[in-house]
Design a protein around this ligand. Sequence first.
Ligand code: SAM
Length: 253
Amino acid sequence: MRFRHFLAITGCSLAFLVGPELVAADEKPTESASESRYETRLRHDPNGIGKFYMGREIARVMGWQAAPWLERPEREKEEKLSSLVKSLEIKPGMTVADIGAGSGVISAMMAKAVGENGTVLAVDIQDEMLSLLDKKMKARGIMNVTPVLGTEKDPNLKPNTVDLAFMVDVYHEFAFPYEMTAKLAKALKPGGRLVWVEYRKEDPKVRRMIKLVHTMTEAQVKKEASQPEFGLKWKETIDVLPVQHIIVFEKKK
Ligand SMILES: C[S@@+](CC[C@H](N)C(=O)[O-])C[C@H]1O[C@@H](n2cnc3c(N)ncnc32)[C@H](O)[C@@H]1O
């Protein structure tokens, strides 16, 4: 595989495939256990950050050095990204937010779906990812994608402005999932949708491919998203992808 070769050259490794070690974007010590919402454990999965939220260990962030893996040509066959975009029923003119946009693979697809009167807000916490994304959009002449630099706790989106916010292989990496979900819910218009796309932890085939902390069960996503203060309600789980859940929540009107 070509990307394995790239990894060998650069000394990097993949964040969430079973097998090689992780690319960590940030090795900083994480939140102290004093934050009651989170718990820090010394014994933990080496692919996680030792910080737990609602019984789940948070995964390390995939470093920008692994961007070529997001761009791999076989990704469409493996993940069926075009089915994901289709299943979300994007309408021309919508404002959609690609949270944890990485190098912009899905932002570029969404840009086409929302059309020239629509906007894609591509949010990431790694400047390097946003530079890669920006270069890609310029090279392809895509004008309706706006890069947004977020923080671990805040996607920096204006309240009540977003029709659809989605997170593809991202949420399990949030160092502050509670704070992020609260802010994302605020950014949605009433009736707007927040979408989790996560590798299916329930599926033994997926567990053989993807490191455990980079997978989530549908039940865990629902538990975390359904906290009343977020004002979100589960709308549907769309079962069209080979290895991921698409779990859709809606902001209550
Ligand atoms: C595995 S990559 C997925 C990229 C993209 N969604 C895709 O599927 O091609 C995860 C991305 O989430 C970003 N990320 C992690 N925590 C974040 C946060 N709190 N806010 C925004 N982005 C975040 C990382 O920097 C990384 O670019």
